[in-house]
Design a protein around this ligand. Structure first.
Ligand code: FAQ
Length: 324
């Protein structure tokens, strides 16, 4: 007979039913769980997994857009893009800090990313072919990320929830600038319209996929929902994303690359089948730019070694002075 695992039950050997009942009552009352509070080991593990993946996504997410800073078509667009990419670095920092409050170390998290052991969002393994991709990332990728992160701002773990509040307000600017850019091109010259449509054709499905597998194929959702980390399921968030973005994209005069897309009697936009084989192949690094992305992160890590060494030497000297 096989016994259920902690990932399935949420209960790790050594933990008592009373501890769990007390913890779950706190969540039911809407209290935030803080870093020093008792929490199930599986709650801690799930949060470290999710928050560190989220941090890696923000950091790797700088790469597809960062490539375009030197090629922005105007000073205005360049300054907006620089601010956006810089924000993503900041988001990575808040999130690594949030994971550190749970006992994860920065070194271990970075090592897991660079070795390919840790996941980061599938969306960032897609290439940016034209300038319109920068706008489409803002409109669709930030649009999807905000839907998910607004939900996470209400999650039960205090440090993650508070990081999300700040991140969401910055992501809102990212979303707006992307939408403004694409709407302008969709109403521009034939070349600009074609560029915007081509970008939508390539980013629509990856943006749909980035919100995670269908609920029936989402092994982590059970405990995450039970403990108030996920307040909505992957499919619910995806539905919110579609319902907001489909009318706006159509209003801009663009065609959504889904022949099965239609509105149901309740007004929800229903999409056609998602190619999950592609999603898993991209996550496994068999398709897309995983090697290039990790190569770029490794090079940045190596190039930054002297900064880490200098900071360490300074901290050591300060400690020695204080000890004297
Ligand atoms: N890519 O059981 P579930 C952004 C994995 S931030 C790769 O449903 P869960 C900002 C999942 O990890 C975007 N892997 O998982 C920006 C799990 O594997 P594991 C990132 C994925 O955690 C914008 C397995 O599949 N946002 O874009 C993906 O309950 C523009 C089974 O799935 C966050 O990270 C994926 N797309 O739900 C930056 C938000 N989806 O770990 C620059 C926080 C699923 O068991 C430019 N994370 N997997 O081996 C979440 O809300 C959740 O983790 C989900 C997935 C909703 C992503």
């Amino acid at each position: 007979m096989t016994h259920p695992t902690p990932a399935q039950t949420g209960i790790t050997p050594g933990e008592t039913a009373e501890q769990h009942a007390h913890f779950e009552a706190r969540i039911a009352r809407g209290e935030k769980i803080e870093a020093g509070d008792w929490m199930p080991a599986e709650y801690r593990r799930q949060l470290i997994r999710m928050i560190s993946q989220h941090a890696h996504s923000e950091v790797v997410g700088m790469l597809p857009e960062g490539e375009w800073i030197t090629r922005a078509p105007s000073l205005k667009r360049k300054t907006i893009l620089m601010a956006k990419v810089q924000d993503e670095a900041g988001h990575g920092q808040y999130l690594y800090h949030a994971a550190e409050t749970l006992g994860a170390t920065r070194e271990d998290m970075l090592q897991a990313l660079l070795s390919g052991k840790a996941k980061y969002s599938s969306i960032f393994n897609y290439p940016t072919h034209t300038w319109a991709d920068v706008g489409m990332i803002g409109w669709l990728v930030d649009g999807a990320a905000i839907k998910n992160q607004t939900m996470l701002a209400g999650c039960s773990y205090g440090p993650y929830s508070r990081a999300m509040v700040r991140i969401c307000s910055e992501e809102t600017f990212h979303h707006k600038q992307g939408k403004e850019m694409i709407v302008a091109y969709a109403q521009g010259t034939p070349e600009q319209r074609a560029m915007a449509q081509d970008a939508l054709n390539r980013w629509w499905w990856p943006a749909m996929m980035m919100l995670g597998p269908h609920d029936a194929d989402s092994p982590n959702s059970g405990v995450l929902s039970k403990w108030g980390i996920k307040l909505k399921s992957n499919d619910e968030v995806r539905q919110e994303f579609i319902n907001e973005h489909v009318p706006e994209l159509l209003e801009a005069g663009l065609t959504i690359p889904d022949p099965d897309l239609h509105q149901d009697a309740q007004g929800n936009w229903r999409h056609g089948p998602i190619h999950w084989d592609e999603f898993w192949a991209v996550i496994r690094g068999e398709q897309g730019l995983n090697k290039e992305r990790l190569g770029a992160r490794q090079a940045a890590h190596d190039d930054g070694a002297w900064v880490r060494d200098a900071l360490q030497a300074y901290a050591d000297r300060q400690r020695a002075v204080a000890a004297d």
